[in-house]
Design a protein around this ligand. Structure first.
Ligand code: ADP
Length: 219
């Protein structure tokens, strides 16, 4: 199944052409690294893949749904159901426990609080933080904070996880920790597309896509 299908997508910001007729298909179960120099269009590509931004031209399908055909509300619903996001900054609420940070990510799921907390607990187990549920962000290491952010991204069990430089703020050991969690999630069936500058992270991904000057280039 095609989780993501990007066809002839271009994106311009004024006269900056950030993406030029990009084609990218990602099948269920893949783990793909997007690599390329700074300013080459990687983040723009991930934003458009994640339906956070719309292309200037071309089509984007997520789990078969044509994004162009959807209203902003429909798009939010699609995103909530199909896509989890992880960023370089962890974006955790400092006053909340790990459990509540993850459970709050499910506020719009319509689930009652008890179910949200159950799901959050399961997600934190999946990122191997079952023993840190009540810790607040400042009581956690960088790698652990990012794993909380990953748990929040997968708590709603989206089939697709998109990550923009998820190890960009982490030292080598913490990067390896987060990478290992990504690999375990992928082995459990989550499709992952991540942007990385880290050669170890890129090397650990079965597929690499190179972006340069707004185009996907042959590797
Ligand atoms: P990368 O993630 O590879 O560093 P980006 O996708 O962030 O690249 O940027 C690609 C190009 O688009 C760059 O020239 C950047 O300056 C430009 N760009 C990205 N976002 C915007 C924006 N919101 N407004 C104007 N220009 C942008």
């Amino acid at each position: 199944m095609r989780v993501l299908e990007i066809r002839r997508v271009s994106k311009s910001y004024g006269n900056v052409r950030a993406l030029r007729e990009v084609d990218l298909t990602v099948h269920a179960g893949e783990m793909v690294a997007i690599v390329g120099p700074s300013g080459s269009g990687k983040s723009t590509l991930l934003q458009i893949a994640g339906t956070l931004d719309r292309p200037t031209s071309g089509t984007v399908r997520v789990a078969g749904h044509d994004v162009n055909a959807l209203s902003d509300n429909e798009l939010s619903a699609l995103r909530a159901r199909y896509i989890g996001f992880v960023f370089q900054q962890f974006h955790l609420a400092p006053e909340l426990s790990a459990l509540d940070n993850v459970a709050d990510g499910l506020l719009y799921s319509g689930l009652p609080r008890r179910r949200r907390r159950e799901r959050a607990r399961t997600a934190l187990q999946r990122v191997r933080l079952a023993d840190r549920l009540e810790h607040r962000p400042h009581q956690l290491s960088g790698g652990q904070m990012q794993r909380v952010a990953v748990a929040r991204a997968v708590a709603g069990q989206p089939p697709l996880l998109l990550a923009d430089e998820p190890t960009g703020n982490l030292d080598t050991e913490a990067s390896a920790e987060v990478l290992s969690v990504f690999r375990a999630l992928n082995a459990a069936g989550v499709t992952i597309v991540l942007i990385t500058h880290d050669v170890d992270v890129a090397a650990a991904c079965p597929r690499r896509v190179w972006v340069r000057d707004g185009r996907i280039t042959p590797s």
